[in-house]
Design a protein around this ligand. Structure first.
Ligand code: PLP
Length: 332
């Protein structure tokens, strides 16, 4: 199987901001982009993106999950990076245009069509290290993806609890921007190589935040604990969906700070569960935490039953097997 996100449909939707207005968007070949080598994005990382999915339902229709929430986050990332403001209605049209174009090739569940809106500063101006790009380009790529759990949904992840480093600058955490991933790369590579972990859970000064590209949830009996929204981490739409479903199921959801000490104490208890949430991973169980050279099992170290229930409830809405009671799906 090819790696997640490495196959692209041959066309993308694209529009350019010329300094005053957005041009008409259109479908263009997706294998190249013309950029001046001095483009702002290439030097000063004026770039943000989104990740969302379209699902094929049993009746053959294709629906996009929480599109408007992703567009709202895209608009916010754009604003926080001082890129030219997007027109959310246009971005919506671009997503619908490219998904419609390739709807017939959207895989059946558990596969999906992954959608990647991107916004970059294009002004050729290397003197603008401390000034925004006046021109920009927005494009929407689509990529058919298979089942993330093809290896089996029962395997659990091994995470390093990292208290000394942080994923990115604290005021940048909620921006879905390229530089944040670059900044987390060396600590993640080092932990994977030296400690054979799957991911790093960043916990600066003992504050449990998130991994390189997914949010962290702790489930202790009937209580689900996850960090309350602040500027320091990415506000996952999967996280928000799962908290909503958890409340619907009668779980007690606590959005608050979680310390490493409390996390390690709780995870010792039988029946405790931990998981990572995100569009790609949905909800992936965590079995082991590594902290200062000691390994801690979460519960019995196996995939938890509440984790499986939450993931299935979310998948069933996405796949059209359960009623979309929160109005999360958009028809194309
Ligand atoms: C995209 C992302 C997430 C998950 O967000 P979703 O909207 O659930 O896909 C979490 N953390 C980081 C750093 C991310 O980039």
């Amino acid at each position: 199987m090819t790696a997640f996100g490495s196959v692209f449909m041959p066309e993308m939707a694209l529009t350019e901001f010329d300094g005053e207005k957005w041009g008409d968007h259109k479908l263009v070949p997706s294998d190249s982009l013309t950029l001046h080598p001095g483009a702002h994005v290439l030097h000063y990382a004026s770039t943000c993106f989104e990740g969302l999915k379209a699902f094929r339902h049993p009746d053959g229709s294709v629906k996009i999950f929480r599109m408007d929430d992703n567009i709202a986050r895209f608009a916010q990332s754009t604003e926080l990076l001082a890129l030219p403001a997007i027109d959310p209605a246009q971005t919506r049209d671009m997503i619908l245009q490219v998904v419609e174009r390739f709807a017939s090739q959207a895989p059946e569940a558990p596969g999906s069509l992954y959608i990647r809106p991107t916004h970059i500063g294009t002004e050729p101006a290397i003197g603008k290290a401390a000034a925004p790009s006046l021109t920009s380009c927005q494009y929407v790529l689509v990529s058919p993806v298979g089942d993330y759990f093809a290896g089996g949904s029962d395997t659990t992840l091994r995470l390093l609890l990292e208290e000394n480093g942080m994923r990115c600058a604290p005021h940048m955490g909620r921006i879905k921007s390229g530089g944040n991933y670059a900044s987390a790369l060396q600590p993640i590579m080092k932990a994977k190589r030296d400690l054979k972990v799957d991911q790093v859970l960043f916990c600066p000064n003992g504050d449990v935040q998130e991994t390189g590209a997914a949010n962290f949830l702790l489930i202790d009996g009937n209580t689900l604990i996850t960090k309350a929204l602040d500027d320091s981490f990415l506000h996952g739409i999967t996280r928000n969906s799962l908290l909503t479903i958890a409340r619907d199921m009668g779980l007690n959801v606590e959005e608050r700070d979680l310390s490493v000490t409390e996390l390690l104490e709780r995870s010792r208890k039988p029946g405790c569960e931990a998981a990572l949430s995100g569009t790609a991973a949905v909800l992936t169980p965590v079995g082991t935490l590594l902290h200062n050279g000691t390994e801690y099992q979460v519960g019995d170290g196996q995939a938890g039953t509440t984790t499986a229930k939450l993931r299935q409830a979310l998948n069933h809405i996405q796949w059209g097997l359960a009623e979309d009671t929160h109005g999360w799906l958009t028809s194309i």
